[in-house]
Design a protein around this ligand. Structure first.
Ligand code: C2O
Ligand code: CU
Ligand code: CU
Length: 420
């Protein structure tokens, strides 16, 4: 109900975390030494968040996937200097989804996220409560933040030594900041909320048994129907909710989430306990791309190009003083995003837009795959691929759009749209 009110305080801080036994690693976190608390919002409520920068450097608090006004979005324009605080307040207007938050200061996003500044946001609504999906937090509804890091000989994160202009890729995988995690589950359906929180790595998730799993949600909400998947790729900043059915799995079976190379990401320990009876309903949402939206002319063209520090959008690098596009509040427009290959062939750029959830109309002229027929705020765009999206902003302000390989973003692969 719209009378509800939630207040949070988030402190960006540094601290020490025992990632390796007996060793303290210096890390960044929100309200703690590494990563952040999970924020829970109800659709319709007013949320107040007190933001405090306890770091020795500038930061911002960006709400990735949240439909908020440009002033509250934590863009590079909303900087908090060391020691500064501010308070934002907004109404939650969008449907149930798994979103996240992270810093966005100009040129420093990649290092701050790498050091540990990232957290999850759950939005709940009537639909999410009534569907009957697994939703017992920590039991059969598990958040999983996937990241990769490089640790030096002292087991410290040394961003400058690890950094790569084309996206910093680590040799050590962490899930929720934990090395070699295991997940104990009962014999029941388990919902995993996956976030690719890495700076640059793409993850392809599969089961080592080669069994199917079910995808139920995209970045910004539930799919209309559950989609059976053998594997699922998430590029940086993309989320998905999947359900794995352990009810028929014997506790002696070795079952794990693996990546495309067959490396184990997350092994499961299945107990002999029978868990909760939950449902995966055949109908979960009423998402659609209308004929009208499909027939709209393309009014914004985005060309992604380059690698290393030569990355550009429409031939330009980010300039905080330059507005690249304008769009009217509440009006749907079609954007066409093209990834222009270079002499080396090019690379996937995960393209993200702030302040709105959008719909994929087509990929290279074809309807998108079933598991992308839902709300998105980040999409993978492969070399020479053209993706058309329909997007509407509910609020006003200046919003960023950029490649979510964080080093590309910091190298200027970002533009701004003013919604008025
Ligand atoms: Cu994850 Cu500009 O954001
Ligand atoms: Cu964002
Ligand atoms: Cu890129």
């Amino acid at each position: 109900d719209s009378q509800e009110q939630t207040e949070y305080t988030l402190r960006a801080q540094t601290g020490q975390t025992e990632i390796f036994d007996g060793v303290q690693t210096i890390t960044y976190g929100y309200n703690g030494s590494f990563l952040g608390p999970m924020l829970q919002f109800e659709k319709g409520e007013t949320v107040t968040i007190n933001l405090i920068n306890e770091l020795d450097e500038d930061t911002t608090f960006h709400w990735h996937g949240l439909e908020v006004s440009g002033n509250n979005d934590g863009s590079p324009h909303n900087v908090l200097k060391p020691g500064e605080e501010s308070t934002i307040e907004f109404e939650v207007t969008q449907e149930a989804a798994t979103l996240w938050f992270h810093p966005h200061p100009k040129g420093q996003t990649s290092e701050q996220v790498y050091n540990g500044l990232a957290g999850l946001i759950y939005i709940n609504d009537e639909n999410s409560k009534n569907l009957g999906l697994p939703n017992d937090y920590g039991e059969n509804d598990i958040p999983l933040i996937f990241q990769d890091k490089v640790f030096d000989d002292e087991k410290q994160l040394n961003y400058d030594a690890a950094a790569n202009e084309d996206g910093t890729v680590g040799d050590t995988s962490l899930i929720n900041g934990t090395l070699n995690p295991k997940l104990s589950v009962d014999k029941e359906k388990v919902r995993l909320r996956l976030l690719n929180g890495s700076n640059a790595r793409n993850y392809t998730f599969k089961l080592n048994t080669d069994d199917d799993f079910v995808q139920v949600a995209t970045d910004g909400g539930f799919l209309n129907e559950p989609v059976l998947m053998k594997e699922l790729t998430l590029t940086p900043s993309e989320r998905a909710e999947i359900i794995i059915d352990f009810s028929e799995i014997d506790s002696s079976e070795e079952i794990a989430l693996i990546d495309e190379e067959g490396s184990t990401l997350l092994p499961f320990e299945v107990s002999n306990e029978i868990g909760e009876e939950t449902n995966i309903p055949a109908e979960m949402n009423d998402f659609s791309v209308t004929e009208e939206e499909k027939n709209l002319p393309v009014t914004k063209e985005i060309e992604l190009f380059g690698m290393m520090d030569m990355v550009t959008i429409n031939g330009k690098k980010f300039d905080p003083e330059r507005i690249d596009f304008t769009q009217e509040q509440g009006v749907t427009e079609v954007w066409e995003i093209y990834n222009k290959p270079d002499m080396m062939g090019g690379m996937i750029h995960p393209f993200h837009i702030h302040g709105a959830q959008f719909k994929i109309i087509s990929r290279n002229g074809e309807t998108p795959p079933e598991n992308e027929k839902g709300w998105k705020d980040s999409i993978s765009v492969a070399p020479d691929e053209t993706v058309r999206i329909a997007i509407q902003f509910k609020d006003k302000g200046i919003y960023m759009f950029h490649c979510h390989i964080l080093e590309h973003e910091d190298n200027g692969m970002m533009g701004q749209i003013k919604v008025e």
